[in-house]
Design a binder for this molecule. Structure first.
Ligand SMILES: *Cc1c(COP(=O)(O)O)cnc(C)c1O
Length: 369
């Protein structure tokens, strides 16, 4: 028996979530975002699972695209931030990638090179996120330059990213949407706009191409869940076991700094999972966990390899009991990663991408190497 900590990845749930994303936007091509090792789920395994469903994948960097190509993934792959230096263009060409163009230097580099096959390009416009992209008033010239170079670039789309699509206050979202839609109409350009929150909650942002990310992994990015997001199924279950039990009288501190102090005679379970595995050290006392499918909570600061949970209300629980940090219990019951994130003052994105390499990933019941 090895250390009882594993990230169980349910690839059927991944496909279910992809179909949900695609079904919510029947007029759009849904590109599965696999950056950051598929948000911690394993990009190669997720790409294989979505092969035949998703017509295209997206990643953040060329290294991530190389890893997919080396694993035999043949679908089109797009670099969401494009190249980071002009010399990457040779690899873009060799690997048959598409790319975003968000800056003048990228545009010049793309137009200065005559590839064997033109490179698919998404022109990124800053409609209000104020991170990457051409200002709207300069986007038209960039678009015209790309249109005039069919030997260099192809499959042109106008791309933009929303800052507040997850919010119940749609004011700023509408301003961004109107900006980019007006530009697209003027240029007669197909659009690539929607990330997970806009796919789930803002059909007016569905374009020729959508870019679902976190929703594929079953996390709900919306500030307030809606009927679509409630259909998402968790893909990762982070699963460990109780490895020791302490019986403590009232008034005893538990763990580093004695943050948690027993208010009654208590049974404290020690779980083989800590921040050295990626579990968030910001988890407060009261952060939910499932023990044999029943809810209880963190009691004491998370340490590197272990954490402590309150078993006082769970007399049957003991050494070997299953502990689900988020995801699905074998005993029934689900703990959403979004709920855990709220107790850690963060978002599900950071918890999922934060699961460290020492946690083995097991796909549909089989551990991968
Ligand atoms: C990460 C990313 C996405 C996916 O966003 P989600 O909120 O995870 O759906 C879409 N577009 C771009 C440009 C991204 O960087």
């Amino acid at each position: 028996m090895s250390r009882p900590l594993i990230a169980d990845i349910d690839l059927d749930a991944l496909r279910h979530n992809y179909r949900l994303a695609a079904g919510l936007a029947p007029g759009s091509l849904s590109v599965a975002v696999l950056k950051a090792d598929a948000y911690g789920h394993g990009a190669v395994a997720c790409a294989r699972a979505l092969s035949g469903e998703a017509p295209m994948f997206a990643v953040a960097a060329i290294e991530e695209a190389v890893a997919l190509r080396e694993a035999g993934i043949e679908e089109p792959i797009v670099l969401l931030e494009g190249i980071f230096s002009a010399d990457e263009l040779a690899q873009v060409e060799a690997l048959g990638l598409g790319m975003a163009i968000h800056s003048d230097w990228q545009l010049e580099a793309a137009l200065a090179r005559r590839p064997a096959r033109p490179i698919p390009v998404w022109l990124k416009v800053d409609s209000g996120m104020h991170r990457l992209g051409f200002p709207p008033e300069r986007a038209e010239a960039a678009w015209r330059a790309l249109e005039a170079a069919p030997e260099c670039v192809c499959d042109l789309h106008l791309m933009s990213h929303f800052a507040t699509a997850d919010s119940t206050d749609a004011g700023y979202f509408q301003r961004q949407r109107e900006c980019i839609v007006a530009l697209a109409e003027r240029l007669d350009a197909p659009t690539c706009l929607a990330n997970s929150p806009s796919i789930l909650a803002q059909p007016s942002a569905h374009g020729a191409i959508n870019r679902p990310g976190v929703m594929l992994y079953g996390a709900d990015p919306l500030e307030v869940a809606n009927s679509a997001s409630q259909q998402l199924a968790p893909v990762m279950s982070l699963r460990s076991e109780i490895i020791a039990v302490r019986e403590l009288s009232a008034g005893e501190p538990v763990g580093y700094g004695g943050r948690f102090v027993t208010s009654r005679p208590s049974r404290i379970g020690v779980v083989a999972c800590g921040y050295g595995d990626g579990y968030d050290r910001h988890a407060v006392d009261g952060t939910p966990v499932l023990v044999d499918g029943k809810r209880t909570h963190v009691a004491g600061k998370v340490s590197m390899d272990m954490m402590t949970v309150d078993l006082s209300e769970l007399p049957e629980a003991g050494i070997g009991s299953e502990v689900v940090l988020w995801g699905r219990s074998r005993h029934g019951g689900v703990l959403s990663v979004d709920e855990v994130a709220r107790f850690c003052d963060t978002i599900s994105y950071t918890l999922l991408t934060g699961v460290l390499p020492r946690v083995p990933r097991r796909y549909n019941g089989a551990v991968s190497d």
